[in-house]
Design a binder for this molecule. Structure first.
Ligand code: GLV
Length: 332
């Protein structure tokens, strides 16, 4: 049995032979994540941790063990205290890039479904309410030719506008006018080739028929969309969130949708997550809620798991992680 030990906080959709030849592997077998107390106990016995965005990897946990590597199977890492890991010289891996297209596809699925009221239409039909063809039945806005506002144009935590490009390419296919706002403006050549216009958040909110959120979860994006931002939006606008639940104030979202301040929303996240079953949001017909499945294509999840294992192995063998959130540890 290899002396090196790793803990993987959920079953993964790939085989683990290579890892098993290097380390003793324990995989958490339940559908629910291990509790914080279990993680705290495990971290004292292991060299490497492969975790998911549902696991709280905070300072206490990081300082309780002697981890050589933390490998997260997700692009986002707001569940991990990166500063604490860096202070302990622990590399943190993540899985950027491979899920950009799958998430953009799902964003588009939500946008189309919300605009054309697909979920409402399905409920309507199943409820036996389809009696005839009606000129004004379940009307929604045009997607083709509409204005799309992209909030956050980079790949999470990085200045590369790969994700923004992915959304813009899809929007181009629908002949949309595309506005974007971002911490960092793209090069004019890129803006021109994508056909996108840079604008302030206020302007994006005021002008767009569809607003789609792609910022990371951070202190300065917490409740970025609250009452004031909803007030700026068109009454016919639709909000899409496939980024993180914390970006939208859930109470403001409820008020905006219930009062008709905006026409609809579709979200793949919540705050908290999962959304409590007694949340008022669940009573709204003009809201589509998905259980955080943006990257859930079979191929993408398997690529994410493969990358996460590769990062884990690199950390265990002392190699540089291919996708490291805190590469500064390699400078010291
Ligand atoms: C999913 O939300 C991810 O960050 O990978």
């Amino acid at each position: 049995m290899p002396q090196v030990k790793v803990f993987i906080t959920r079953r993964l959709p790939i085989e683990l032979e290579q890892l098993r030849s290097l380390a003793t592997v324990e995989v958490w077998p339940e559908r629910q994540p291990p509790t914080y107390e279990i993680l705290l106990k495990k971290v004292k016995e292991i060299d490497g941790l492969l975790c998911l965005l549902t696991d709280q990897i905070d300072r206490q946990l990081i300082e309780s063990g002697k981890l050589k590597v933390i490998s997260q199977m997700a692009v986002g890492y707001d569940n991990i205290d990166i500063r604490a890991a860096t202070a302990q010289q622990i590399p943190v891996g993540h899985t950027p890039g491979v899920l950009t297209d799958a998430t953009a596809d799902f964003t588009w699925a939500l946008l189309m479904a919300s605009a054309r009221r697909v979920v409402e239409a399905d409920r309507f039909t199943r409820a036996g309410l389809w009696q005839t063809w009606e000129p004004d039945l379940l009307l929604g806005p045009n997607v083709t030719g509409a204005t799309l506002g992209i909030v956050g144009f980079g790949r999470i935590g990085q200045a590369m506008p790969t994700a923004g490009c992915t959304y813009a390419r899809r929007a181009k296919g629908f002949e949309m006018r595309i506005l974007y706002t971002s911490r960092q403006r793209c090069q004019p050549e890129l803006e021109q080739s994508l056909g996108v216009e840079f604008a302030t958040l206020e302007h994006v909110l005021q002008e767009s028929d569809f607003v789609t959120l792609h910022t990371p979860s951070a202190d300065d994006t917490y409740h970025l969309i609250s009452d004031r931002q909803f007030e700026l939006m068109k009454r016919s606008a639709i909000l899409i969130n496939t980024a993180r639940g914390t970006i939208v104030d859930p109470d403001s979202l409820y008020r905006a949708l219930a009062s008709g301040q905006i026409a609809g929303a579709a979200v793949d996240q919540g705050e908290p997550e999962p959304i409590p079953t007694d949340s008022l949001l669940l009573t709204l017909d003009n809201l589509i809620i998905a259980p955080h499945i943006g990257s859930a294509s079979r191929q993408t999840r398997s690529k994410m798991a493969t990358m996460a294992i590769a990062n884990l192995i690199a950390g265990l063998t002392g190699d540089r992680l291919a996708d490291c959130v805190n590469p500064e540890i390699y400078n010291s």
